[in-house]
Design a protein around this ligand. Sequence first.
Ligand SMILES: C=C(O[C@@H]1C=C(C(=O)O)C=C[C@H]1O)C(=O)O
Ligand SMILES: NC(=O)CC[C@H](N)C(=O)O
Length: 627
Amino acid sequence: MDHPLLTRIAASDGALPFALLRREGSPDVEVLTGEVVDVDALADIPLDGRPVLSAVPFRQVRERGFAAHDDGAPLRCLVVTESERMPLDAVLELLPDAPAHVDAQGFDVPDEEYAEIVRRVIADEIGRGEGSNFVIKRSFVGHTDAPTVPALLSWFRALLTDESGAYWTFAVGLDDLRMVGATPERHLSVQGDVAMMNPISGTYRHPADGPTHAGALGFLADVKESEELFMVVDEEMKMMSAVCPEGGRILGPYLKQMSRLSHTEYLLEGRTSLDLREALRLTMFAPTVTGSPMQNACAVIARHEPKPRGYYAGVLAFFETSPSGYSLDAPILIRTAYLEDGGRLTVPAGATLVRHSTPEGEVAETHAKASGVLAALGLLPRQASAAALDLNAQPGVADALAARNERLASFWVRPQATDASAAALAGRTALVVDNEDQFTTMLAHQLRHLGLEVRIAPWAEVDSVGDHDLVVFGPGPGDPRDLSDRRIARLRALMLERLRAGAPLLAVCLSHQVLAELAGYELAPLPAPRQGVRLEVDVFGEPAAIGFYNTFGARAPRSLSRSERRETIRPEVELEASVDPDGVVTALRGPGVASIQGHLESVLSSDGYATLLRLVEHALVPAPARV
Ligand SMILES: C=C(O[C@@H]1C=C(C(=O)O)C=C[C@H]1O)C(=O)O
Ligand SMILES: NC(=O)CC[C@H](N)C(=O)O
C-alpha cells in the first residue's frame, strides 16, 4: 500500500500545511492537510462541515477577560481537505531515522533565576492570598540548521518510539507555526454530549536508571504532590460546573507513567450541550498549566514570567466531523518543541508552585518535564521506554491511589441524582456574587441541588443586592483588609446593605473574612497559608471536614469576655463564632447570616454539602430589619 499524502508532505519543503497525530490507544497515525486560516476568536473557527485542527495560543485567554502578554501568536486553523490514516509501523519506516542535529543553548531563565521566581511567587503571591497554585514556565533554547520538515519529522519519529503515556504525539507545520510534541494531557474532549477534562498534577521524576517501586510509593504518599492534584481538580471542577448544567463527576485517580516521569491524574466527566467553541472558551486554560484561581493566575503569570507564552499552555483543538455533527478533542500544549524561522528552537516547561514548594525541587521539575522532548531532539541520551518497570503493576500502587478518594466529597464522586433534601428549599432564589474565583460555579451547582434557583453575577455588575431570598458572597483572591481594592470595598458595601436590611446572606472565605472584619474581628495573615488544605473543624458543635484556600484569617478576640466582646462588635452585626484551636474564626452566624472560612463546595470537603445545607437553612430564617 502506498501513502502518497505523508510522502508528499515529507517532500514539500513546508509548502504543504500538515498535522500528524498519534492519539492514545490508536494503532494509527492520522495525516492531515488542508487550508490554513487565521481567526481572531474561538467563535470564528470555521465549522462549516469540514474537520478543523486549531492551534490556540495562550493569549486567547483574553477572550475570557483575563490577562496575558500579547505576543501576537495567531489562532491558526487547518481546515482539513485531505486526510489519511497510516499504521504506526508504516509511518516509522517512512520517517527519517535519526533526530536532526540541534545545538543546545540552555534555559532562557537560568536555574538560579527560576529558583528566585519560585521564592517570590510563594512569598508575594501565595503568601498574600492571591491563590493556591501557580505555574511558571521557562524555555529551553536550541538551534538547528537542518531543513525544517525533515527535522520535524525526525523528532516526531523519536517521540513515537521513545515516549510513553502520551495523550497525543504530534507534528504540526502550519506556515511559520511548527511544533512537535508528546503531551500527556487532554484539556477538554466532547463526544456527543459527554465532556471530559483530565487534570494531571503531581510529578514523580524517575531516577536516571528508571523508576522504582519504592520511589512510586513515596511519590504517592507525598502530601504536597497529592494536594497539588486536588487543587487542580477543584479548579477544573469549577470549569465543568460552568460548562455542564449537571456539574461534573470525578473518575480515578490514575498513575500515568511516561518515559522519564510519572504523573497522577483524574478524569472529570459531565454532559454539555454548549457550542464546542464556547465550551472551549469557558475552559481556557487548564489550571495545571496556569494555576488557581485561574483569573488571578493569569495576572500572576504576567507579573512573573519574563517572556510571553506563545502556544505554551494553549491547546490543539481538533473539531472532527461525524454524521451526528462535530466532536472535539483538545490536548494541552506542553512537552512540545517550537521551531521558528531561522532555526531557533524552544521547549517551554513549567512547574506548579504551591505553598510548600522548594526552589530546587521546582527547578528539577522543569528539567524533568523538558527532558522527554529534549531527548527526542537528541539533546539527552535516548532510552528505551519498554525496559522500564510497570509502576501500575506494582503492589500497593492501586491501593495508594484508591486511598486518595476516601477523603473526597462524595457529592462530586457519585452520579448526581436530584437530592431528596432539595424539597425544603425549593423555589427560593439565590444570587451568588462572584469575586473573581469561579468556585461560585460549584457553589451554585450545589445550591441548585438544594432546590434553589440560582444566578451568578460578577461583583462589578452588582450594585445592589435587594430582592433575592438569599445572597451568597463568594470567595476570592487578595487581601481582605485592602479597602483600596475596589472589589473588597464593593463587597463590604454590599454586605452592609444586606445586613442592615436583615436579609439572608451566606459569606464564603474572602467574604467571610470581610464579614468578620465588620463584626469587629481582626484580620491577619495566618502563620502559614492554608491554601489547598483539608481540615476537620468544628462548625457550631458539629465536626466537619472541609477544604481551605486561605492565607488570611479572622482572629477571635479570645482574651475578651463575652460582654467586652459584644462592645467591640458593630451594632449591625452581632454574631456567634466557631473558632479553631489556633484561634482562627471558622464560621460565624447570627439572625439571617452565616459564614464559613472553608470552601464547602470544594472536592476536598467531604462534609461540605451537608454543612452548606445547615448554613443555608440557618441564614434563610430572616432577621428583623435594622434600619
Ligand atoms: C506545566 C507542565 O505540566 C503540568 C504540571 C504538572 C505538575 O506540576 O505536576 C504535571 C503535568 C502537567 O499538568 C509542563 O509540562 O510544562
Ligand atoms: N479563597 C478565598 O476566598 C481566599 C481569601 C483570601 N484571599 C485569603 O487568601 O485568605
